[in-house]
Design a protein around this ligand. Sequence first.
Ligand SMILES: C[S@@+](CC[C@H](N)C(=O)[O-])C[C@H]1O[C@@H](n2cnc3c(N)ncnc32)[C@H](O)[C@@H]1O
Ligand SMILES: [Zn+2]
Length: 295
Amino acid sequence: MKNYSDYNGFDYRQLFWGNHQRDYEDFADKNAIKNLITPATWFLDLGGGFGRLIPSYQKEMKNIILMDGSIELLREAEQEYQNLSNVHFVCAESTHLPFRDQAIDSTLIFRVLHCLDEENLLQTLQELERVISSTVYLEFANKRNLVRIGRYFFGNRETNIFSRKPEQVNGSFFNFTFPYLKKVIKENTSFEIKKITRLSFFRHRWFKKTIPLPILKALETNFQNHWFWNTTPSIILKLSKKNSSHQQAKDKKFLDLIACPLCHHHLQIDQSTITCSHCHQLFFRENKILNFQSK
Ligand SMILES: C[S@@+](CC[C@H](N)C(=O)[O-])C[C@H]1O[C@@H](n2cnc3c(N)ncnc32)[C@H](O)[C@@H]1O
Ligand SMILES: [Zn+2]
């Protein structure tokens, strides 16, 4: 079942975000999220890692589920957020979500799509269709960004950025194009694209070396509000369910939303074990983390 790139064994917080090396990107991500999201009762941060993005949506959301395939990143998140009673932790895969049908109001999927190949992307979209009742905020790494377009015409890179197909980079990551994602979303879900936010305009090291951070932040905010070409390295699609007669699950408790990731049936959840009443699969509970990866 586990055939994607998870982040166990990689110090994602320190090695990727540490030493202020990506303060600009961190700002760009959080600024875009703050301006795009609307309140929800049950909000899922899918592939949320160590919880980096929690501060950008925390105030808007009544209940938060931080889900990731990496138990190590979730343990880090649990340490930081365990005192907040409205933050819940789930270790599971996007291709097999441990939630009941239509249980979650909205979800954020940020810097995660690049871990999914075409087959896993398809399964993930089908799971989102089953589980999410209202809105998906889906970020992707854009294969056709300005730097790549420039390199294609003026450099010696061979990759054909004009093909719609996803492109595999560094062995296990994938960059997508907007037309490709639009097509797979349309063919496999009843979500429609309601808004597009383009971000991370100045990610290139030349900008980061030359322009002071406060100016970059101001420029980024301005460009996020006005740019309308899909040429940025990162793009967020806001997807809404068509004809949704959606009512937010206000009175539901966290455990009411959980179901077996394999057969979607009822789970018996005890102090340290989780057992499916239908397929009898056994999973484990570790402090506040429901762990569907440990079998
Ligand atoms: C680049 S990190 C991004 C983390 C977080 N969204 C952020 O922006 O800080 C990608 C995360 O997605 C998780 N991940 C990748 N594929 C996944 C999948 N199919 N299901 C669940 N988590 C996944 C990894 O374990 C990792 O924590
Ligand atoms: Zn089951």
